[in-house]
Design a protein around this ligand. Structure first.
Ligand SMILES: NC(=O)c1ccc[n+]([C@@H]2O[C@H](COP(=O)([O-])OP(=O)(O)OC[C@H]3O[C@@H](n4cnc5c(N)ncnc54)[C@H](OP(=O)(O)O)[C@@H]3O)[C@@H](O)[C@H]2O)c1
Length: 213
């Protein structure tokens, strides 16, 4: 997997696109309005294009769009361009209502997840939940004293998870495979927990670490 198409022009899409390029991948970045990435493209030499063109070009993809627009973005990317490809799914199902006492509101329930919904809608894609519960500034080669932070990931396809595990390791994280797509029910809410110190104390520079004996 050498060519990675990043679907999403926000902080996460830009951070992961730059990180992937720095780690030797060929990268393109997608937006509904590719022209708005002209400055980013000029600075990074990462070409921008539409979701569909970037998805068609990539051998693997990153989904980094607004959670409530994720299905729409994958539809715009066109299902045939997703077929058989790993998709690192960074999205969170954040609803439009504001957080309550620092806790983000989700439009999913405890026994459902955005990634399972996307996987059911786009069965030909190989979604892997990853990079959803750390800030974009920390996603690539975070510096923490003592230990690598843990990146929890899950998905149904073994090959796609292998790709995710490789990127996670290259980006300086310790990967923790939580199993099938169903585990997104537990991994997506980690972003709610991660954001609480941010909303309550304006502290955004932490990460999770899974201790093992
Ligand atoms: N920000 C963080 O630090 C962070 C950390 C972890 C996870 N996440 C998750 O990562 C995802 C991306 O976050 P972000 O902060 O980078 O950006 P964002 O503002 O959540 O999403 C921006 C992207 O969503 C697309 N989008 C918005 N509405 C759309 C629609 N109706 N149809 C199709 N696409 C639409 C935008 O398309 P255009 O390019 O056309 O504008 C843009 O590419 C989110 O799901 C977020 O919850 C964020």
């Amino acid at each position: 997997m050498k060519r990675v198409g990043v679907l999403g022009s926000g902080d996460v899409g830009q951070a992961l696109a730059k990180g992937l390029k720095a780690h030797g991948y060929e990268v393109r970045i997608g937006s509904r309005s590719p022209a708005k990435l002209a400055g980013f493209a000029a600075e990074t030499k990462i070409p921008s294009d539409t979701f569909a063109a970037v998805a068609a070009w990539g051998e693997a993809l990153v989904l980094a769009v607004l959670g409530r627009a994720a299905s729409q973005a994958l539809t715009e990317a066109m299902p045939q361009n997703l077929a058989g490809k790993p998709i690192l799914d960074t999205t969170n199902p954040i609803s439009e209502e504001p957080p309550v006492d620092g806790v983000l509101r989700y439009f999913t329930g405890p026994n459902s997840s955005l990634m399972e919904d996307l996987q059911a809608t786009f069965p030909q894609a190989h979604l892997v939940k990853a990079f959803n519960s750390a800030g974009s500034d920390l996603m690539v080669n975070p510096k923490f004293p003592g230990a690598k932070p843990t990146m929890f990931y899950c998905g149904n396809d073994a090959g796609a998870k292998k790709f995710a595990a490789r990127v996670i390791e290259q980006f300086g994280w310790e990967g923790a495979d939580m199993g099938s797509a169903v585990a997104a029910r537990a991994i997506e809410p980690l972003a709610q927990l991660w954001c609480i110190p941010g909303f309550r104390e304006n502290s955004w520079n932490h990460a999770f670490h899974l201790l093992r004996p």
